[in-house]
Design a binder for this molecule. Structure first.
Ligand SMILES: Nc1ncnc2c1ncn2[C@@H]1O[C@H](COP(=O)(O)OP(=O)(O)OP(=O)(O)O)[C@@H](O)[C@H]1O
Ligand SMILES: [Mg+2]
Length: 296
């Protein structure tokens, strides 16, 4: 029997069931109710009746085919776009715009190039009205938490991609949001840096009281990081399934090969690439040579 078949993630063990029962007793941080969004009526809705709840200190990932509305959903939760109908409630309050209880980290490096590391992290604190000394002190603590104390006076152009994303994380966390919204934050990094960043993020998450919502295309990354994974399907974006990841915590890279991990990955694959589904557009192969041409 293969390792994948040794675990049936649908029949949760008592330990896993208890873990998720406990998680769902925590304070609700985000409540999304019947969220709908259409950009262009001719193309139809992007998101339709999306509803889910996330809890205090929960790590949730969103996965789904390209264009299914993942970034749209996170931008709506961040308050950067207006919703058509439905509700987004953060810590009991319906949102209608951005707010300091929601921090955001995007894929591209979004630091201010003319500010140093510590100045970038100070930015939100200064906007909140903190004095320069106060803002600098707490910014330095965050720079230390993401392991960049030796680079506090460096400019973004002097840092690697992974280091820049650590500054972006510190900048988002410095204002003490309740939720960190991350849209493919490690998508532009090479595989090794990405793996290091995943471990960093888990360490930071473990040490602070924050709920994370994380978009990724990488199934291993979603399983490795998350408590639950929301799988979206496309046209319109609806929830296909919410997967409770049975892999125990604390996580370590060795778990990538456990039956629980492999079974979860298999289930994600089934949801994202259903066997019966025909590709939407058949790729046309352009014939470059005449039959019988001697190419080699
Ligand atoms: N501001 C906008 N105006 C018009 N259409 C938009 C806008 N933002 C997104 N869309 C459309 O909404 C759909 C969903 O886009 P979105 O970026 O949310 O997908 P995604 O799931 O994040 O995709 P990817 O995995 O490629 O990042 C796409 O068809 C996109 O063209
Ligand atoms: Mg996207």
């Amino acid at each position: 029997m293969s390792k994948i078949n040794q675990y049936n993630y649908k029949e949760q063990s008592l330990e896993v069931k208890q873990r998720f029962d406990k998680l769902k007793q925590r304070e609700v941080i985000l409540n999304v109710e019947n969220l709908c969004k259409t950009f262009d009526a001719k193309k139809g809705p992007i998101l339709e009746n999306v509803s889910f709840t996330t809890y205090r200190r929960e790590f949730t990932s969103i996965i789904g085919p390209s264009g299914c509305g993942k970034s749209t959903m996170v931008r709506l939760i961040a308050g950067l776009e207006d919703i058509d109908s439905g509700k987004i409630i953060v810590s009991g309050k319906e949102i209608n715009g951005p707010g300091k209880e929601r921090g955001m980290v995007f894929q591209g490096y979004t630091l201010f190039p003319w500010l140093t590391v510590v100045e970038n992290v100070m930015y939100g604190l200064r906007r909140k009205g903190e004095s320069k000394t106060q803002a600098r002190d707490s910014a330095l603590t965050w720079v230390k938490i993401v392991g960049l104390e030796k680079y506090e006076d460096a400019y973004p152009s002097q840092l690697s991609g992974g280091m820049q994303q650590r500054v972006a994380i510190a900048r988002s966390l410095a204002t003490h949001p309740k939720m960190l919204l991350m849209d493919e934050p490690f998508g532009a990094l090479d595989a090794q840096t990405r793996a290091t960043m995943q471990s960093y993020l888990l360490q930071i998450w473990k040490n602070i009281n924050i709920s994370v919502m994380f978009i990724t295309h990488d199934l291993d990354e979603a399983i490795y990081l998350s408590d639950r994974i929301i799988v979206l399907k496309a046209h319109p974006g609806e929830i296909a399934e919410i997967i409770e990841v049975p892999v125990s915590r604390p996580r370590s890279p060795e778990q990538f090969f456990t039956p629980e991990f492999l079974a979860t990955k298999k289930r994600l694959e089934e949801l994202i690439h259903p066997k019966s589904e025909e590709p939407e557009e058949k790729i046309k192969i352009v014939k470059l040579t005449q039959a019988g041409d001697d190419v080699f």
